[in-house]
Ligand binder design. Sequence first.
Ligand code: ADP
Length: 419
Amino acid sequence: MASKAATILYIEDDNASRLLVQRVLSNHGHTVLVANEGLEGIALAREKNPHLILMDINLPHMDGREITTRLRSLPHFANTPIVALTANSGPGSRELALAAGCTGFLTKPIDVAEFPHQVDNFLQGRSEPLTTDERNIHLQKHAQNLVKRLENKIRELESANKRLRDLDKMKSDFIVLVSHELRTPLTLISGYTHLLEEQIQNVDSQLEPASVTSIANGLNMGVQRMREVVNEIISVSRIASGNLELVLGPLRVDRIIGSLCRELQEICDKRRLTLTVDDLSGLPVIEGDGQRIQVALENVLGNAVKYTPDGGRIDIVARQMGNTIDIIVRDTGIGIPPAEQPRIFDQFYVLGSIEHHSTSKSAFQGGGLGLGLAITKGIVEAHNGRIWVESAGRDIEKLPGSTFHILLPVKQSSQEPRL
Ligand code: ADP
């Protein structure tokens, strides 16, 4: 038993070490408090005033030496024994810990029989010596380490701040775009509603079935577009929260591409875009969620149409490579700068200024919500696939074009390694 029961604070992030030390010292009559990391440890030390502090050195955020220096700066802990307890006993680590303010230095794994006596010695006033020369050398090193860590932390904070500012801008742009995207069909709906009201109020006029049908069609168009916008927002929030459920079944990519191309043909004719599709009949039937894959491909093909000026080309090829199929959509459009290529798959990311946003889904550079590719990536990755783009850069005159690759596994087995 210890000569006198003490309260000991152990700052350690490793659960197993915490439990062992706690058990050994409690059996010896001490009360052991534990903290996971530095800030929690400092707060607990201030609250409970322990008689001794055991300090792990390799801790996340602040390391044990930094916590010790901070504690020593508080008048209450100027003389409290603080004992480093670390697995890292390389050359200089003892001296560095002592220079930072530790009273002693013990190594892990602890010797269960010896450990309570070692702790008692420190409780009774033992302190490991360090010559003035050694202290000076190691204090300097400690100060250099602190400044280096501070510099890295500032860098990390700056880049986190930048990322937050970018995200904030993307979100406010997104709100502008959503209002814009919703207002356009809303104007359409309200126009047709007025028309209907006028026709009903005009007692002289007979309501012609043809005119009612045309008004109903107009209303439907507006409602349909609003539904699309809302569905896009819902899809992206499902993907972001990892709630995208797939309904798996056999699916034929050649058929999906065929039907999408038929839908796009009219727009391509209007805009004099040449749309070619390789013979895809040799592609295997793959396992996947047909509706979702259709959405994913529709987004990529829709973008190829949107970002290729009139008179350009869009070529679709696909090939099987072992257990994978690679679908390639190549356009002769404005291209994407290499630095932006990974970011276009982020939510809300719209390259270029939103002021020139036009709602048309098919017009050259017609606007979107910046959600299309985020949804596509979410769907492809939910199928254990991969999507990326290759492009030499953005140039509205030279038109370097973009090539999107979508890799999808043929089978969705749970053992399938991610592509
Ligand atoms: P949006 O709804 O704005 O089209 P997406 O997520 O589909 O959003 O695309 C994000 C951005 O990626 C677009 O704003 C566009 O600048 C760029 N982009 C996507 N596809 C292409 C392409 N085929 N050619 C050039 N730029 C593209």
